[in-house]
Design a protein around this ligand. Structure first.
Ligand SMILES: *[C@@H]1O[C@H](CO)[C@@H](O)[C@H](O)[C@H]1NC(C)=O
Ligand SMILES: *[C@@H]1O[C@H](CO)[C@@H](O)[C@H](O)[C@H]1NC(C)=O
Ligand SMILES: *[C@@H]1O[C@H](CO)[C@@H](O)[C@H](O)[C@H]1NC(C)=O
Ligand SMILES: *[C@@H]1O[C@H](CO)[C@@H](O)[C@H](O)[C@H]1NC(C)=O
Ligand SMILES: *[C@@H]1O[C@H](CO)[C@@H](O)[C@H](O)[C@H]1NC(C)=O
Ligand SMILES: *[C@@H]1O[C@H](CO)[C@@H](O)[C@H](O)[C@H]1NC(C)=O
Ligand SMILES: *[C@@H]1O[C@H](CO)[C@@H](O)[C@H](O)[C@H]1NC(C)=O
Ligand SMILES: *[C@@H]1O[C@H](CO)[C@@H](O)[C@H](O)[C@H]1NC(C)=O
Ligand SMILES: *[C@@H]1O[C@H](CO)[C@@H](O)[C@H](O)[C@H]1NC(C)=O
Ligand SMILES: *[C@@H]1O[C@H](CO)[C@@H](O)[C@H](O)[C@H]1NC(C)=O
Ligand SMILES: *[C@@H]1O[C@H](CO)[C@@H](O)[C@H](O)[C@H]1NC(C)=O
Ligand SMILES: *[C@@H]1O[C@H](CO)[C@@H](O)[C@H](O)[C@H]1NC(C)=O
Length: 709
């Protein structure tokens, strides 16, 4: 899918060149490294008050040291981090630290009466002072053992630069120490290897290091080799890394005479990128996990997985069956199960979520018995579940290996000169990987391989045979997905040539629906023709079968609960160039007016659920973009926390998330799909029943589509 490609271009632009760190660990000599096995035992939480405006108030943040120590020892611990004790003379408690501490008490990390060491204006001879969660300070016995609040001077690290050489941390994960870093909001560990370099066309294997030397996890590493437009991205096939963003490093390795507070582990959000199965990267700045992890108080994880022919080519030898990229994700999830608690994440509360092809992979993980027990909830965002030119006419169904072999593998073998080889696999392992990704017909499809995917499609009826993960599922789309692929209509266009010429070429001729009064444009104006075209294509490729999925899954209890949504407020990310996907610019709202009509295209929800609109340098168009992002991040992280998108009142109050509290009380609960269908997500959202009902029926894709299949 062409639109997937621009994601990666964007990722590359935002991240800058990938730097190799082999052979050196930058900054190790600095005192900013807090040794994971040293006096902290690792336990440090970044307290930040993140309103997604990308401008934390000075003093709103602090570092909470879990270990309880005397005043002098606490001061020493802060200094080890290159900080001092947080000081009410230098920063205002109510600039956000009040929110952070009331929240720490709300989650039970500290008791309501807990005292913390804070500073005394840098006057070492003054009384030792301690502060409570209301911000009252008082002198305290210097030998008391208390957790400390250190200053937090780490800046917002830009997504253009992850090569910071200060604010480093050494932290043990499994048996290996990694060097990560801290910014204003979270700890970051980039490019942790989760699988050994895979053998081409084999499933990857989990990587479990136990080296004595810390491994730097400071910059992104290579994308999985792919072609983005005419450009190669990724340098090779050694690409199975993941990134972790976490608000809290748990303590470990304290000896029994050292007391420490013990914040509970946080839910994990594991994001699967899209890119049409042919491109994509965990390093895309739009899906940077900083804001989601910090505002949502979750641990965000983004893995790379193999794409294009290297990720999906199936042979007919009965052994090399494709689905390598899916196997990579299962390994990454296994890595999470084994290791994420060392980074503050709860392995029993893993939510997988993905966009576009990433949503299709989420759906595949739901259907994969090999992924059983690796996650407890799933979110599918903008999965193209609808019509497609594959074996079963819909991407909701997996091709057979035979079909896929005939459709793509044969021509790949031929083009690479391996068709007549005595050993096609051996021949394909010899070919130049760059040349392999540059041929036109590449593998980009899941297959029913009998191991990772054992059924033809995700079973949506709990009574039918086949594996479906017993988890909570949330699924949805944007209102006008296909606007992303359809060019503006020229002024002189006429109706007859439009549908055949402008729909994405691979779903067959939908032009007959033009004659249906259900779709026909209200006028022959280019805007109305464009609208009708986008509408048919969006219904056919996205909306209808998404609705059918939640309808049948709800009726037949395929999952614990099903929630569904439709975004009617989007922000078109940079690099997505269709002008009709942008809110129109007016003199009042020069950055776009979201109250006006525009197409809510594919990918337009992504920066919103990651809270990254301002982080990416875009403007709040109408004063509601930031508030809507706050709401979306609060919905998504509530779902990760308790498998229900409605944030608890007490949570919002404790954190001082007053904007979300006000809006959620105004718009009411987001209820399960079986009760009231889709949740309309916009400012002033609400439940809405089935949309495009008659249109979907006319397309043969009504809500009952999956019934009885
Ligand atoms: C925050 O305030 C402190 C104390 O006034 C000052 O030393 C520091 O430079 C300020 N930091 C920023 C980023 O303004
Ligand atoms: C923290 O203080 C600010 C400023 O006074 C206030 O708006 C906010 O409600 C307080 N937070 C909590 C959780 O009470
Ligand atoms: C430091 O505190 C001591 C004891 O409270 C006081 O006598 C002294 O004047 C203070 N020094 C400064 C520089 O504030
Ligand atoms: C990245 O950060 C380092 C250290 O702070 C700095 O020296 C370098 O100039 C930055 N690079 C970019 C591209 O911003
Ligand atoms: C345990 O911690 C205490 C207090 O920090 C320290 O004095 C002692 O040496 C430690 N013991 C061991 C075995 O590390
Ligand atoms: C394979 O070999 C056959 C017989 O020699 C030949 O006719 C055919 O062209 C070859 N195909 C390719 C793709 O090289
Ligand atoms: C692979 O092919 C590319 C493009 O033709 C070429 O630049 C590169 O040197 C080749 N690599 C090897 C290892 O032959
Ligand atoms: C799903 O898990 C719940 C417990 O969370 C259990 O009660 C239920 O029986 C399970 N359903 C299936 C179909 O396994
Ligand atoms: C529509 O445009 C096509 C060329 O794109 C032209 O061949 C055809 O005659 C036009 N039909 C009408 C009714 O104008
Ligand atoms: C969707 O958003 C547009 C503004 O872009 C608004 O005019 C329209 O009423 C919204 N749709 C619904 C169903 O509220
Ligand atoms: C598309 O047409 C529908 C139905 O007439 C209308 O509600 C919607 O506002 C139009 N969308 C745009 C972006 O013009
Ligand atoms: C669900 O599965 C059961 C058992 O196979 C079957 O009897 C029933 O007809 C199915 N329902 C639908 C709507 O597919």
């Amino acid at each position: 899918m062409a639109h997937g490609l621009s994601l990666v271009v964007l990722g590359a632009l935002l991240l800058g060149p990938v730097q190799s760190l082999s052979g050196r660990v930058p900054g190790v000599e600095g005192r900013q490294i807090a040794p994971g096995n040293g006096p902290f035992g690792g336990g440090i939480t970044i307290l930040s008050d993140n309103h997604l405006d990308n401008k934390p108030k000075n003093g709103s943040a602090a570092l909470l040291i879990h270990r309880q120590a005397s005043y002098a020892a606490a001061l020493n611990l802060c200094e080890t981090l290159g900080e001092g004790l947080w000081n009410s003379n230098m920063a205002k408690f109510t600039d956000g630290l009040n929110n952070s501490l009331s929240y720490q008490s709300f989650i039970g990390a500290v008791s309501p009466g807990q005292l913390f060491w804070t500073g005394n204006s840098g006057n070492a001879t003054a009384d030792c002072r301690a502060m409570d969660i209301q911000g009252n300070t008082k002198p305290a016995d210097c030998t008391l053992e208390l957790p400390a609040l250190c200053t937090q001077s780490a800046p917002v690290s830009s997504q253009a630069n992850n090569t910071a050489t200060s604010y480093l941390v050494n932290h043990q994960v499994g048996k290996q120490v990694y060097t990560g870093y801290r910014d204003a909001f979270v700890w970051k560990f980039r490019a942790i290897r989760y699988a050994a370099q895979p053998t081409r066309f084999e499933h990857s294997t989990l990587f479990e290091p136990n080296g004595a030397t810390p491994i730097p996890a400071l910059t992104s590493k290579a994308d999985c080799l792919q072609r983005v437009g005419e450009v190669q991205s990724g340098s090779g096939e050694d690409c199975l890394f993941l990134n972790v963003w976490t608000p809290s490093l748990p303590q470990h390795a304290l000896n029994s005479s050292q007391a420490a507070i013990k914040p509970s582990l946080k839910p994990v959000m594991f994001y699967v990128y899209g890119g049409g199965f042919t491109s994509g990267t965990s390093n895309n700045g739009n899906a940077d996990g900083t804001n989601l992890a910090s505002r949502g108080d979750v641990v965000a994880v983004t893995p790379n997985y193999r794409v294009s022919t290297l990720g999906w080519m199936a042979f007919d030898d009965g052994v090399h069956n494709g689905n390598y990229g899916l196997g990579d994700l299962i390994n990454a999830l296994t890595w999470v199960q084994k290791n994420i608690k060392d980074l503050g994440g709860d392995p029993e509360k893993v939510t997988i979520f993905g966009e576009s092809a990433g949503a299709m992979l989420v759906r595949a993980l739901l259907a994969s018995p090999k992924a059983q027990g690796l996650f407890y909830a799933a979110i599918s965002m903008s999965g193209p579940t609808g019509l497609s030119p594959n074996e079963h006419g819909s991407t909701s169904y997996y091709n057979s290996i035979n079909f896929e072999f005939e459709r793509t593998s044969k021509s790949i073998l031929t083009k690479m000169g391996c068709w007549n080889a005595t050993n096609q696999l051996a021949c394909m392992r010899q070919v130049n990987a760059t040349e392999l990704i540059y041929i036109d017909n590449v593998a980009n499809s899941l297959v029913q391989d009998g191991t990772l995917l054992t059924s033809r499609t995700l079973p949506l009826n709990s009574s039918t045979s086949g594996y479906t993960a017993n988890v909570t599922f949330m699924t949805g789309t944007n209102r006008d997905e296909l606007g992303v692929d359809i060019d503006p209509i020229p002024i002189d266009a006429n109706l007859t040539d439009l549908f055949t010429r402008r729909l994405p070429g691979n779903v067959g001729d939908l032009s007959r629906f033009l004659r249906s009064p259900l779709f026909s444009p209200t006028s022959p104006s280019p805007q109305d023709i464009l609208n009708a075209t986008i509408r048919i294509a969006t219904d056919a490729l996205y909306t209808c079968l998404e609705q059918a999925t939640s309808y049948t899954a709800s009726r037949h209890n395929a999952f614990k609960e099903v929630y569904s949504f439709q975004f009617n407020r989007t922000y078109n990310p940079p690099g997505y160039t269709k002008p009709h996907c942008d809110a129109p610019k007016t003199s009042d709202r020069p950055n776009g007016d979201p109250d006006a009509e525009y197409f809510k295209c594919h990918a337009g929800e992504k920066m919103i659920v990651f809270g990254n609109v301002l982080r990416a340098g875009l403007k709040d168009r109408d004063g509601l973009d930031v508030r809507f992002m706050q709401l979306a991040v609060d919905y998504w992280s509530a779902f990760a926390r308790k498998r229900d998108p409605n944030p608890e009142r007490g949570y919002l109050q404790a954190r001082g998330y007053w904007g979300t509290l006000e809006e959620t009380e105004r718009v009411g609960r987001w209820v399960e799909a079986k009760e009231a269908g889709w949740r309309l997500l916009q400012w002033g959202g609400r439940q809405q029943g089935v949309v495009e009902g008659a249109q979907c029926e006319a397309l043969g894709l009504g809500v009952g589509y999956f019934e009885g299949r």
